[in-house]
Design a protein around this ligand. Structure first.
Ligand SMILES: [Zn+2]
Length: 620
């Protein structure tokens, strides 16, 4: 016993000394929160060809470089200069001075954003609200400059990522490798622009304003989705309600009784409050009233939604029905209506976009009606098979993307990275994310929203998904496997190959067809042997993880295995096991311990679930 205690004490001293040494400039060793990680960690640092001429910005704890921003810099450009100063200080221990361009020019300057320096004129600058940027070395000067609204800030974060190996995995987990020197190739002249104009996800990570900038997510559809004002980068912002807005224009509880004619006619001639009738001029007048109010109340928003209610039915009245018949899709009558609203909105605020869904009944584009110039169409993949890339499993959807892109000035997508009916189910679609992003780009989409679990932390792979999807939205051809391996290592620790094995297992056992919204949990089939193997992998990963944050990540992610067993009555959750009720209680306690409070979209987990029932029924 005594020997063990002495040994443990000596080990703790050894670890503490190693850690404190490691925080003092380990030679090109990737760091994790300032503590060196084992040599098998993925190397995030760039590798240059031998003989590459380098421009040294900082060496041996000293530098004569100044970070310069414009005297009339935007809020974001100033923030970009400050972020560069902060991270270079973390990397090298040297804090470079910050100065505006009113100071006399020096030989050694890092110019951030638009400045009055001569070098600024030598780059092609995008318009202010574009997200592109240039990183260039001009003589002894380094220049990082792009669109003034967001581009320059994105340039700084990518500079830290590409030249110094920084990684911004989650709002809480960053890798900032420490180095004695900061140097970049003298021939650096890189222009970078996003593949998609509109980039947005509702995974929890993206609710952190600064992380969103680091990953270049630039849009939001919900007012609660982080900062939207001058305190940070301006976003492409939806005003008021972001979707399914017809019910806001004509609430059924107010109008259905006195005016059933405002609402859709079913195929057998009844009026039904699910959708509106788009042919009644009074309906358009009501919509205009609300649009005018929203535009007046939301001066910062640049998109307002005029979109169908949820559901897959449409109006069959003599007017709507005839239009839709001729157009080959219920998108005909809807678009006719949306176009009129869009023309009206433009008279109130020129340039404003009117958003509408191509969703369920209206997914197929109309034959001849065209969206007005300022209509933003958002096509939703709600009915798609997520088991294989859309090009393989959903050719009609891919055609629809292409056609909508051809006939619209503005087309974005609504895609799903989880099923909102059971967030904890293993959702084996990771392999499809990259081919789908590439298809969107090839077929002319201008961006997309990826729906995640916005309600609570993820016990599946939400943080990984948020990171990967943000990267894909910027560049669908990025090195997906490398990005995933780096994430898994730093998020789950040195035992992360076990998590990779688990991901492969659920992919190998996925259903041939699965789609979101299904309440039947028909996504993946795991037998008791698979589940025992999954638990063994998570055990092995836990055993190799020393970091408390990483341990929390492993323990939270493995809850999906327990949830699966409970929901499907397998292994220790088998009905005949007398311990099943106790296992359910333990699962519930573990979910709460890891802040998992939603198993189903917008429906909180019960405070006191019935432990005789499976975890699939614990929603309110
Ligand atoms: Zn109608």
């Amino acid at each position: 016993m005594v020997f063990e205690k002495i040994f443990a004490f000596l080990m703790s001293v050894f670890i503490a000394v190693s850690a404190s040494l490691a925080t003092v400039f380990p030679e090109r060793v990737p760091g994790y929160d300032g503590i060196a990680v084992p040599a098998d960690a993925p190397n995030t640092l760039p590798v240059y060809e031998e003989g590459t001429e380098m421009l040294t910005l900082i060496a041996d704890g000293a530098s004569d470089y100044t970070i310069v921003y414009g005297a009339d810099a935007t809020h974001t450009e100033k923030l970009a200069a400050e972020e560069l100063q902060r991270y270079l200080s973390q990397i090298t221990g040297v804090t470079l001075p910050l100065s505006s361009d009113l100071a006399d020019a020096k030989t050694h300057e890092i110019l951030v954003g638009r400045t009055a320096r001569a070098a600024d004129a030598k780059i092609t600058r995008p318009v202010a609200d574009e997200d592109s940027y240039t990183i260039a070395v001009l003589g002894e000067t380094l220049l990082i400059a792009g669109g003034e609204t967001r581009g320059t800030l994105y340039g700084v974060y990518d500079f830290l990522q590409d030249f110094f190996g920084c990684r911004f995995f989650t709002p809480e987990l960053e890798v900032v490798p420490q180095q004695r020197a900061a140097a970049i190739p003298k021939n650096t002249d890189a222009a970078n622009a996003p593949a998609f104009y509109f980039r947005h996800t509702s995974w929890r990570s993206a609710y952190d304003t600064r992380w969103r900038s680091k990953l270049h997510l630039n849009a939001t559809m919900s007012a609660g989705h982080g900062s939207v004002d001058e305190s940070d980068t301006k976003l492409i912002l939806f005003g008021a309600v972001p979707g399914h807005t017809m019910k806001d224009f004509v609430p059924p509880e107010v109008y259905f009784e006195p005016h059933p004619e405002y609402f859709m006619m079913t195929e057998d001639g009844r009026r039904d409050p699910t959708q509106l009738c788009y042919a009644d001029p009074a309906v358009l007048a009501l919509a205009k009233q609300t649009i005018a109010k929203w535009i007046a109340e939301n001066p910062q928003a640049n998109i307002f939604s005029v979109s169908q209610n949820d559901g897959h039915v449409s109006c069959h009245c003599p007017v709507c029905g005839v239009i839709d018949e001729a157009e080959g899709s219920p998108s005909g009558a809807l678009l006719n209506f949306v176009n009129q609203a869009a023309v009206y909105a433009d008279t109130l605020r020129p340039g404003v976009l009117i958003h509408t869904f191509a969703y369920q009944a209206t997914e197929r584009p109309p034959k001849t009606i065209r969206p007005a110039e300022n209509v933003l169409v958002q096509l939703c993949s709600i009915g798609n098979n997520h088991s294989v890339p859309y090009t393989e499993g959903n050719p009609q959807f891919c055609e629809d993307v292409k056609t909508w892109a051809e006939i619209s000035n503005h087309l974005i997508l609504w895609d799903y990275g989880t099923t909102f009916s059971c967030f904890l189910t293993p959702f084996p679609d990771l392999k499809t994310l990259q081919p789908n992003a590439q298809m969107y780009l090839k077929n002319g989409a201008q961006g997309y929203f990826m729906q995640g679990n916005r309600d609570s932390k993820s016990a599946e792979f939400g943080e990984l998904r948020a990171y990967l999807i943000a990267k894909l939205m910027w560049d669908p051809y990025m090195d997906f496997d490398k990005a995933m391996q780096e994430f898994l290592y730093y998020y789950y620790g040195p035992g992360c190959s076990n998590i990779e094995e688990y991901i492969k297992l659920i992919e190998a056992n996925r259903r041939e067809f699965f789609r979101v919204g299904s309440e039947k949990m028909e996504f993946v089939d795991l037998n008791v042997f698979d589940l025992a193997q999954a638990e063994a992998w998570f055990d092995a990963c836990e055993a190799q993880t020393l970091d408390t944050a990483q341990l929390e990540h492993v323990q939270r992610s493995r809850l999906q295995v327990s949830w699966y067993k409970s929901a499907h009555l397998k292994a220790e959750f088998f009905p005949l096991n007398p311990g099943r009720v106790a296992e359910n209680r333990k699962l519930h306690e573990n979910l709460l311990k890891h802040n998992i409070t939603y198993l189903h979209e917008a429906s909180p987990m019960l405070e006191k679930p019935n432990y005789y029932k499976t975890a699939a029924s614990w929603n309110q």
